[in-house]
Write a protein that binds this ligand. Structure first.
Ligand code: PXP
Length: 240
């Protein structure tokens, strides 16, 4: 059955905007699990712009479902992953100046390095997922690396303008998923999925897990705002 990994990075983004303690992504993970999340996903970026090391170590102790650590393929992050032991690692490309992850990981262009990193992590019983575009050369390279999973980058599908383009991007994702599965890879997908565009991706045969963040945190801010203002009015009257 298709599962949902909730990416809680943007709870930490709000906290880091004030360098304070609220909202705490740990509490967010608990609530996401209460809401039915099948997994919790967090990206520890090199610049620590949202999640902090402390968050990951607490999540490792508190997440009751599974913890997916998204990280760049760097020695620093590999050392953290080996110490943290998340349930799986998703390797993503990372550039300091980007607003969010742009494009998939170029596994084919750095095959030997990727093989070595996958080997280091999987030898420590941490399955690895490669966040890649639905491109056969990248899927082949991911298979060759020994990674157990790929995560198909759904950004181009999410940004497609109009029905024809969207259908084209969806077909590319479907083809990528079927090709990867024919090689024995397990397939996840994510990036840019929303309440409006998720369903066709969820219907792709063989898809295992969708990792979704921004749209869920955005909706939470909206659906929770009315209650939050009411609570503040009560607090102002000493009635909370
Ligand atoms: N999957 C990966 C590998 C990502 O890097 C991200 C963004 O951090 C997501 C999924 C979630 O994307 P979004 O926040 O757009 O739902």
């Amino acid at each position: 059955m298709l599962t949902l990994g909730v990416n809680i990075d943007h709870i930490a983004t709000i906290r880091q905007a004030r360098r304070t303690t609220e909202p705490d992504p740990i509490a967010g993970a608990v609530l996401a699990e209460l809401g039915g999340a099948d997994g919790i996903t967090a990206h520890l970026r090199e610049d620590r712009r949202h999640m902090q090391d402390r968050d990951l170590y607490i999540l490792r102790k508190t997440v009751a479902t599974h913890l997916n650590l998204e990280m760049a393929a760097t020695d620093e992050m590999v050392a953290i992953a080996l110490d943290l032991k998340p349930d799986y690692v998703t390797l993503v490309p990372e550039r300091r100046e980007e607003v969010t992850t742009e494009g998939g990981l170029d596994v084919a262009g750095q095959q030997e390095r990727m093989n070595a990193i996958v080997d280091q992590l999987q030898s420590a019983d941490i399955p690895v997922s490669m966040f890649i575009d639905a491109d056969n050369a990248q899927i082949d390279a991911s298979k060759q690396s020994g990674a157990k999973f790929i995560e198909l980058h759904t950004g181009q599908y999410a940004e497609a303008k109009g029905e024809i383009d969207r259908a084209k991007e969806l077909a590319i994702l479907d083809q990528g998923c079927q090709y990867a599965r024919s090689l024995g890879l397990r397939v996840n997908a994510g990036h840019g999925l929303t309440y409006l565009n998720v369903y066709p991706v969820a219907c792709i045969d063989g898809m295992e897990e969708l990792n979704i963040g921004h749209t869920i945190i955005a909706r939470a801010a909206m659906v929770g705002l009315e209650r939050a203002v009411r609570d503040m009015k009560l607090a102002m009257r000493g009635q909370l």
